[in-house]
Design a protein around this ligand. Structure first.
Ligand SMILES: NC(=O)c1ccc[n+]([C@@H]2O[C@H](COP(=O)([O-])OP(=O)(O)OC[C@H]3O[C@@H](n4cnc5c(N)ncnc54)[C@H](OP(=O)(O)O)[C@@H]3O)[C@@H](O)[C@H]2O)c1
Length: 632
């Protein structure tokens, strides 16, 4: 590892999960190494400002403990250069003097639009290395890939170049051209007419500009969805589960070709599923939610009755710090220029964790330390039976149909308190079914994989380290104790914020709204949108209740007598109509109207409210609580 001392190491993706951990390790353990970072400016922050703001994160706790905040500032000043740039765009410039280029950044969502996946994971990677090679004669290129570039094949996958004959240049060119094709298709009159029809139905009364805006928004959404479909379909017809693994596989090919043509050393590091750290910067360190966390959390809340997957199948998880350590060891030991080195950083070959083992450990953890259930004790986690994927799929389809029927029924029934409770229940069920569907579609290929990624080269690399380095930078998965990791490290890390939130809720039942620099407001149109009445009807209700009964006939005759002229103004300009009509409220007291709303009209409005709208408002409220929870 000491070979990195005195070198200049270039890193991309440091604002992300893995890159951030690589950066931390370089700052903490390699004081004689210079670090150059590529960061894209964002929301008015330069690359350097983004890097400075990273320093407050828990990732850098160990470094802060060692050198203090001032020490960090000095290290940033003296050892770190930041280049502002986006490698998916043209015109990237990378300075000279680099010894190693660690390319960590990528588009990691499973299903990006096909062109975006290629632009980042293939074209972007090539642009980045070309820019680096323009000013550096022979840097060691360390390309972070994924074990899943192997695609949907089963069996044993060696640490070697991928065996496929797909023409990456043709795939990349066609993928990037796909956007122009889809954009053109979205402008066909029959397609535009369909957007316009839907926009008119929803926003016709708000005026032609609102209709046009909505139609254009629908067109853009259609383009994105279509490009996602292009990516998924193309990946699957060639043997990859999704666009992410497909573009990463094509990216590997492009980078191999480039490194060979420049005669530079190339290491390709392929981690499997990266989860929280085993040890460093502290056990359980994780940034954001990765792959297994949403399922572990939902299971702990008792909301997933079963999930597809082969119980004996191997779920290949590797802690983040093992990946970082392996990358740094690979960076310190470049291969010969003509022979790229491939490393699987994975656990399936020598310390396999079965899907059932993952489930049993997580279940044991929750049985020992269950999640609290709001006001109703603790959650009892369900027993998964692993009935086979076909049966889970059949159950899922039946559940989807049942929820769909219930949804239609509750949407069209008259509104009442009982109905509102029913709607809430249907929503809950729908949320659960949607969750299992989304995640089983996304992760199907990962929970059913019957594949082993061999890691002999990775082990040889680990064995080549000095005993001190092996101890300080471990990455041999055989040393992992799954029970300890899953029950004492990973699951507590995943559930920590939820437990803290419910502890706080128990302590302080009132929600405190924090001052925000940019407040968030959710505004809703009422009449004709949330409630099935119109401004006239609402007025009649409110005004009648505020007037003595002997004045009702006069007021009603006056309102209805004016309806033809109101309609005429409404047809001409909605704003004019509202202004004219709302003048009728003149003389009504604010307190009176408030009292009426609280005691009479509120209940009437709730009964007239569309259940879909109430759901939407509830969703906003949930989101608001989530955001508040993050801000606390
Ligand atoms: N996470 C896993 O489980 C996993 C497993 C196997 C392999 N990997 C591989 O590990 C690497 C890191 O993954 P991750 O989970 O750390 O990803 P991540 O958290 O999503 O971070 C992605 C990083 O890439 C940067 N980036 C993306 N496009 C860019 C562009 N055009 N120009 C400049 N920067 C750009 C992002 O910067 P912004 O902040 O500006 O967006 C961010 O820093 C990837 O190569 C991925 O394929 C990950």
């Amino acid at each position: 590892m000491r070979k990195l001392a005195g070198k200049n190491v270039f890193v991309t993706g440091v604002t992300g999960f893995l890159g951030q951990a690589v950066f931390e390790r370089l700052l903490l353990d390699f004081p004689e190494t210079r670090i150059t970072l590529l960061v894209r400016p964002q929301l008015g922050s330069s690359g350097r400002q983004r890097v400075e703001s990273l320093m407050g994160r828990p990732t850098f706790n160990a470094l802060r403990d060692k050198v203090g905040t001032e020490g960090i500032a000095v290290a940033l000043e003296e050892r770190v250069d930041v280049v502002d740039g986006d490698f998916s765009a043209d015109g990237l410039e990378i300075p000279g003097g680099l010894d190693v280029v660690i390319h960590c950044a990528a588009a990691v969502a499973f299903d990006p639009p096909i062109d975006e996946g290629f632009l980042t994971n293939l074209v972007g990677a090539v642009r980045l290395y070309e820019a680096a090679l323009a000013n550096n004669p022979a840097p060691h290129l360390l390309h972070v890939s994924t074990a899943y570039v192997a695609g949907v094949r089963k069996g044993v996958i060696p640490e070697a170049t991928l065996d496929h004959r797909v023409d990456w240049r043709a795939e990349s060119d066609l993928a990037i051209r796909a956007r122009a094709d889809v954009e053109a298709a979205s402008r066909k009159p029959e397609i535009l007419d369909s957007f316009l029809r839907k926009a008119r139905a929803e926003h016709g009364r708000a005026g032609p500009q609102s209709v046009a805006d909505d139609a254009e928004e629908r067109r853009k959404t259609w383009v994105t969805k279509r490009l996602v479909q292009y990516g998924r379909a193309r990946a699957q017809t060639l043997g990859w589960p999704d666009n992410y693994t497909f573009t990463k596989a094509m990216g590997e090919r492009a980078v191999e070709t480039l490194a060979a043509s420049h005669g530079v050393p190339l290491s390709i590091v392929r981690p499997s599923i990266i989860e929280s750290s085993y040890e460093h910067p502290f056990p359980g360190w994780i940034e954001g939610f990765k792959m297994a966390e949403p399922i572990i959390l939902a299971y702990g809340r008792g909301t997933i009755p079963d999930f597809p997957g082969i119980p004996e199948g191997i779920i290949d998880i590797i802690p983040a710090d093992f990946v970082v350590n392996a990358m740094l060891a690979a960076a310190a030991n470049p291969p010969e220029p003509a022979t790229p080195a491939y490393y699987h950083v994975s656990s399936g070959a020598r310390n396999p964790l079965q899907y059932k083992g993952l489930y049993e450990n997580v279940k044991e953890y929750y049985e020992r330390d269950p999640l609290p259930q709001q006001g109703r004790g603790a959650v009892k986690v369900p027993e998964w039976t692993f009935p086979g994927n076909l049966r889970v799929e059949r159950l899922l389809r039946t559940a989807e149909r049942a929820v769909d029927v219930a949804d239609k029924v509750v949407t069209h029934l008259p509104k009442s308190k009982r109905m509102r409770d029913l709607v809430a229940r249907v929503d809950r069920d729908k949320g659960r079914v949607d969750f299992v569907r989304r995640y089983s579609d996304l992760y199907g290929a990962y929970t059913e994989a019957e594949v082993i990624y061999t890691d002999d080269r990775m082990l040889a690399l680990s064995d080549s380290l000095t005993p001190e380095d092996r101890e300080r930078f471990p990455f041999d998965s055989a040393i992992m104790d799954w029970r300890y990791y899953l029950q004492d490290v990973h699951s507590p890390a995943v559930t920590q914020s939820l437990r803290e939130l419910s502890r706080r809720e128990r302590q302080t039942p009132t929600v405190k709204i924090q001052e925000r620099e940019h407040p968030v407001v959710a505004l809703f149109d009422m009449e004709g949108t949330i409630i099935t009445s119109n401004v006239v009807e609402s007025y009649v209700w409110t005004r009648m209740a505020d007037l003595p009964p002997d004045e009702w006939p006069r007021e009603l005759v006056s309102v209805f007598g004016k309806i033809p002229s109101y309609l005429q103004i409404d047809r001409r300009d909605r704003g004019d109509f509202l202004r004219t009509f709302f003048r009728r409220y003149e003389g009504a007291s604010v307190e009176g109207v408030q009292r009426l709303i609280d005691h009479h009209v509120g209940e009437f409005m709730l009964q007239k409210a569309s259940s879909a709208a109430i759901r939407r408002i509830r969703e906003h409220r949930h989101r608001l609580v989530d955001e508040l929870a993050v801000g606390f």
